[in-house]
Design a protein around this ligand. Sequence first.
Ligand SMILES: NC(=O)c1ccc[n+]([C@@H]2O[C@H](COP(=O)([O-])OP(=O)(O)OC[C@H]3O[C@@H](n4cnc5c(N)ncnc54)[C@H](O)[C@@H]3O)[C@@H](O)[C@H]2O)c1
Ligand SMILES: [Zn+2]
Length: 352
Amino acid sequence: MPEIIKINVTRPYEVTIGSGLLDSCGEAISSVHAPCSAAIVSDDKVAGLYLERAMDSVKKAGFRPFPIVFPHGESSKNLSVMSGVLEEMAEGGLTRADIAIALGGGVTGDMAGFAASVYQRGIPFVQIPTTLLAAVDSSVGGKTAVDLAAGKNLAGVFAQPLSVICDTNVFETLDPEVFADGLAESIKYGVLTDADLFSRFSKLDRTELPSLVARCVRIKGCFVERDEYDLGDRRFLNLGHTMGHSIEKLSGYTFPHGHAVGIGMVMMARAGERLGLTESGTAAEIAEALSGNGLPVSAPYSPEELYRAALGDKKRMGGNISLVIPERIGSCFIKSVPVSELYEFARLGKEQ
Ligand SMILES: NC(=O)c1ccc[n+]([C@@H]2O[C@H](COP(=O)([O-])OP(=O)(O)OC[C@H]3O[C@@H](n4cnc5c(N)ncnc54)[C@H](O)[C@@H]3O)[C@@H](O)[C@H]2O)c1
Ligand SMILES: [Zn+2]
C-alpha cells in the first residue's frame, strides 16, 4: 500500500509514495485535477527511461499530454532553457485550465515548478520525482528556482505543487553516485530529528525504501508546515550546508551537493564535540553512516579555504550566521554566531 503524507500549507496537498506508482500516475492526478492538457516536463535522460509510461498512464486517465524535454544536468537550470520550456507550453496551447507535470530529478522539478508558476501567471503542477534527492527534498516544500550567472537558485518563486507522486522503483536506474547524493540528505533527516531513521539508513535495506522516503518526507513536511516561506525553522534543513556549500564552490561544483553536505554534517558534529556542544561519538557515527553508503567524509580543503568560500556566500547577511549543530543523533539546535567564528568551526571540524 502506498503511503500518503499530507502537507498542511496554505493550500494543502498530498505526497503519495510507493513502489510501482508510475504506471498509475494518471489516475492519481485525476483525483486532484479534471482531465485537461498536460505538459510533461522532463530531461532527456529521464524522458528516455520513463516518459512513455507516464504519457500512457496520463492519457488513459483522460488527459491530453505533450512532452517538453530539455538536456539533463544542472547546466540546463537557467533562464534560457526556461524560456524554451515556456515557449513550448504556449505552442502546446496550454491554458490556465491546464497543468504541468514535472517528471525528473531536482533540476526538472525546479524548472517545471518555476515555469508552471509564471506561465500565464501560474498554472497548477504535479511533481513526479525520479531521484532520491527529489523525492526526499526538492519535490516537497514549494521552492522553485533557476540558477543565474551570479549563483545557484537566485531566481525563483514559492509555489507548492498540486500533488507529489513518488514511485520508488525508478531509483533502480539511478547512477550510484546520484542515489548516494539523496542518501546523504536522507541521513540528514535522521541526524536532525530521528535516531531510528538514521540507523536504518546506516544499514540500508532497499526494500524498505518506500517507508524510509515517507519518513523523510514527513520530517521535511513538518519543517515546511512550520515555516512555509523559509523565514525561520526551515533553517534546520541547512544542517551541513554551510560547509557543504564551501566544498561545492571550492571544487568548482564538481563535488556533488549531497556528498558535500554529508562532509559538512561530519564537520559540524566534530566541531560541536570539541566545543562541548555535541555528544561525543556523534561525528564518528555520522561518518560511519556516510561511508557505509559510499559517501566521502572529508574534503581536501584547508579551514582557511572553507572559511573564505563561506564568507563569499554570507557577505550579504551581515554580522551573524545561523549554524545548525547536532546535539546528538536525532537532535540539533541552531546557534547564531558572528560570521568570523565560522573559521573556528572550519578549523575544529577538520580531522587533525
Ligand atoms: N527546490 C528545492 O527545495 C530543492 C532542494 C534541494 C535541491 N534542489 C535542486 O535539485 C537539483 C539537484 O537534484 P538532483 O540531484 O535530483 O539532480 P538532477 O535532476 O540533475 O538528476 C541527477 C541526474 O540523474 C538523472 N536521473 C534522474 N532520475 C533518474 C532515474 N530515475 N534514473 C536514471 N537517471 C535519472 C538526471 O537525468 C540527471 O542526470 C539542484 O538543482 C538543486 O538546486 C532543490
Ligand atoms: Zn541540500
